[in-house]
Design a protein around this ligand. Structure first.
Ligand code: GDP
Length: 340
């Protein structure tokens, strides 16, 4: 249905899940997203965005295309996937914490050559504290000595192409990393052996952000897991739930607020009720598969359904931004339709 009325819990009425990507610096978080988006944010397409929380929307049709080799076509029920990216530098613990607080599921990226590192443990602790589901992307498998590239292939297919030596090295490193997780009180297993996919054992997906092996598996796992276990959470609600990421001036748009719309629908003209009262002048998003933080052209919308990363322009903000920005940024505000 176009407008969510009384939320009925069925599979046709699901919002996009929100997925947060976390892990130690240099494990390949940005590169993994680049690999899915077909962008090059990691090599500086986006100067100076590393101090903000980012958001990229992946429509279901793109996910379907990327996962078609896994023959799971009929199983996509969510409209897409919104991925939240948080700054990796160690001083941004607070932003990582806020980013992870938004998500339904997380990707915890681990470098197969390095195993668990300090920020992996920090991320794990955040995830445990919030009881957030996650999958582990065991990244940089292409760095295993002698790895034979199978571009964008599902991981089982890619693994079959590898020599005995590569498979041996993979298994040795995997076993070490599973043990490291166990030391943190977390059970993990390769996702295709983890049939139960329950809360007790988290799934590991081997990936390469450079040559794309395992990316189809990672996308499919995220979508399947969320739509299988989170129907209630992903059902559209009447109440708009929205979190402010940032307030800033954008050339040609005046003062804007970047938000993540977590649930519900926003319309042009809706009133924001919270620490300030104002009216939404324009609802803007980046193009699908583009990053909210990166300067580019925006799409205008009359209304937007969750989940999405959105740039809002609102009249009153232009004049009172200075006083508003400080508490907007730090507050989780609710946006409501004017007469609610
Ligand atoms: P982030 O700090 O976690 O966002 O890591 P980046 O995405 O910036 O990647 C850090 C470095 O690792 C860059 O030089 C990437 O090119 C490299 N890298 C990332 N993923 C892979 C991978 O799967 N294989 C290889 N060989 N290098 C990778």
């Amino acid at each position: 249905p176009e407008e969510p009325g009384a939320p009925n819990q069925n599979e046709d009425n699901l919002r996009s899940p929100i997925c947060c990507i976390m892990g130690h610096v240099d494990t390949g978080k940005t590169k993994l997203l680049d690999c899915i988006r077909g962008t090059n944010v990691q090599e500086g397409e986006a100067g100076g965005i590393t101090q903000q929380i980012g958001a990229t929307y992946f429509p279901a049709e793109n996910i379907r295309e990327r996962t078609k080799e896994l023959k799971a076509d009929a199983k996509l029920k969510v409209p897409g996937l919104l991925v939240i990216d948080t700054p990796g530098h160690e001083s941004f613990t607070n932003l990582r914490s806020r980013g992870s607080g938004l998500c339904d599921i997380a990707i915890l990226v681990v470098d197969i050559m390095h195993g668990l590192e300090p920020q992996t443990i920090e991320s794990l602790n955040l995830l445990k504290m919030r009881n957030t589901e996650f999958i582990v992307a065991l990244n940089k498998v292409d760095r295993l000595y002698g790895w034979k590239v199978c571009k964008n292939a599902p991981i089982v297919k890619a693994m079959k192409q590898q020599s005995k030596d590569v498979q041996f090295e993979f298994n040795t490193r995997l076993t070490q990393i599973v043990t490291q997780f166990k030391e943190q009180g977390i059970n993990t297993e390769l996702y295709y052996k983890n049939k139960e996919m329950g809360k007790d054992t988290f799934s590991i997906v081997p990936t390469s952000a450079i040559s794309g092996e395992g990316i189809p598996d990672m996308l499919l796992l995220l979508v399947q897991w969320t739509q299988k276990t989170m129907i209630e959470r992903l059902t559209y609600s009447n109440e708009v739930q929205c979190t402010v990421l940032e307030v800033k001036v954008v050339e040609g748009h005046g003062t804007t607020i970047d938000v993540v719309l977590v649930n519900g629908v926003l319309h042009e003209g809706d009133q924001i009720v919270g620490p300030i009262v104002t009216t939404i002048r324009a609802l803007l998003t980046p193009h699908p598969m583009k990053e909210l933080r990166v300067k580019g052209t925006y799409l205008h919308h009359k209304k937007i359904k969750a989940a999405q990363g959105i740039k809002i322009t609102a009249q009153v903000l232009s004049t009172t931004c200075k006083s508003v920005s400080s508490f907007l940024v730090s507050l989780r505000i609710k946006l409501r339709k004017s007469i609610w």
